[in-house]
Design a protein around this ligand. Structure first.
Ligand SMILES: *Cc1c(COP(=O)(O)O)cnc(C)c1O
Length: 404
């Protein structure tokens, strides 16, 4: 199917149909998992044309694979990008993209609230190779603009951020990045292409941890980067040589998960909003972070640049770790785990999940309270999730009235 055939249809239709046709074989209606590492050519001239990239086809799986290609194409069409390249994990996509564009002596500007692993690349690995890293306060647009205006090779963003759901005005900050001549990159994992298309807001490269919402089923790791042909050729070259390629089985699982992406997101954010309102009313809750709430400090920005507010929220329990230890085990329809974006609801304290590697002081500096719990809302029925919370909070309230 051509890109033109997807121009006038919406995301739900794209998520089902895009990218698959070219990888189908044997009249099958589903994309095959092609495990072959290499591809056979009796015609040496044809082999060379394919190997040089002058003719479509496959030679070796580290370069490309039909199942992985179908996944890349689906994401590419959803993000309306010229090219997409898949990686073995979200972190492989992020680190490979940063290493593609940053060399010793270069400067990168980012924010303090990036994903934990990304933050380690900025604080540990990039300084090791002589890259100058500046991390700004996430909600402070003036500070980010001032740092970008001093000049930088790469501007790296994430919105919404983990776990306090801060929002960056993407169009405004990308504009500053472009006028400074930077490659502007964003991690779009939390929003997904269903709710946010940063390429249309002036960003150069969009990255996803496909492990999360794209897959939706918490059974495969993957990452993907998309953007213009010119930039993506460099990202692809880095991957084909450094080798963090996506596995065909993971590509198949994520491809299958993606067909229900829009349905999942719409159900998850419907419940997330109800849960946010429920938590706001609870005596034991100090704060609720969800961009869909009008009380969220960046609600107006989220409303402007997102089509929906997504399935992730977080809240702070007044009783900190003691209260978390009482509440979480009482929740029946939820995993207590470190991932997000799955069909099951998942609860995780920042202290054991996104910011496990930080010290107490580092978490404090990031504004992450010890009582903070992230909820990745699943596709269960909203009423059941609220009822589950209701009974767990009843238990917490009676436990704390005894200790009082
Ligand atoms: C999970 C996550 C990553 C890392 O992805 P992996 O697939 O676990 O390597 C990057 N960014 C965000 C926002 C994430 O949630």
């Amino acid at each position: 199917m051509t890109d033109k055939q997807f121009r006038n249809v919406q995301d739900g239709t794209k998520a089902v149909w895009a990218g698959e046709k070219e990888s189908l074989a044997y009249n099958a209606t589903q994309v095959p998992v092609v495990f072959s590492v290499a591809y056979n050519y009796d015609d040496v001239d044809e082999w060379q044309e394919v190997a040089l990239g002058n003719k479509p086809g496959y030679t070796y799986n580290r370069m490309s694979n039909p199942t992985v290609k179908a996944f890349e194409e689906k994401v590419r069409i959803l993000e309306e990008a010229e090219e997409a390249v898949a990686f073995s994990s979200g972190m492989a996509a992020i680190s490979s993209t940063l290493y593609t564009f940053l060399k010793p002596g270069d400067r990168v500007v980012s924010v303090k609230d990036t994903y934990g692993g990304t933050n380690k690349i900025f604080t540990e690995f990039l300084p090791n190779i002589g890259v100058d890293v500046t991390l700004c306060n996430t909600g402070n647009h003036e500070e980010i603009e001032a740092e970008v205006n001093k000049g930088c090779k790469v501007l790296y963003l994430e919105s919404p951020t983990n776990p306090t759901m801060k929002i960056i005005d993407i169009e405004r900050i990308a504009k500053a990045g472009k006028s400074a001549g930077a490659v502007v990159i964003i991690d779009n994992t939390f929003a997904t292409p269903i709710n946010q298309n940063p390429l249309q807001l002036g960003v150069d490269l969009v990255i996803h941890s496909a492990t999360k919402f794209l897959s939706g089923h918490a059974d495969a790791l993957g990452g993907v980067v998309c953007g213009s042909k010119e930039l993506m050729q460099q990202v692809y070259h880095y991957r084909e040589i450094n080798g963090a390629t996506m596995d065909p089985m993971s590509a198949y699982l994520i491809l299958r998960g993606m067909k229900t992406l829009k349905l999942r997101i719409r159900q998850q954010e419907r419940s997330a909003f109800e849960i946010a309102k429920f938590l706001q009313k609870k005596e034991a809750v100090e704060a609720v972070y969800y961009p869909g709430l009008e009380t969220h400090p960046h609600h107006h920005i989220a409303k402007k640049q997102m089509k929906g507010f997504g399935g992730i929220l977080s809240f702070v329990l007044k009783g900190e770790m003691e209260a978390i230890k009482i509440l979480l085990p009482k929740l029946t329809y939820a995993n207590k785990a470190g991932n997000l974006g799955a069909v099951e609801t998942i609860y995780g304290p920042a202290r054991t999940t996104s910011h496990v590697e930080c010290t107490l002081e580092e978490r404090k500096a990031l504004g992450i309270s010890e009582g903070l719990v992230r909820i990745s809302v699943g596709i269960e029925d909203t009423e059941d999730l609220i009822a589950d919370l209701e009974q767990a909070f009843a238990h917490l309230e009676s436990a704390s009235s005894i200790s009082n």
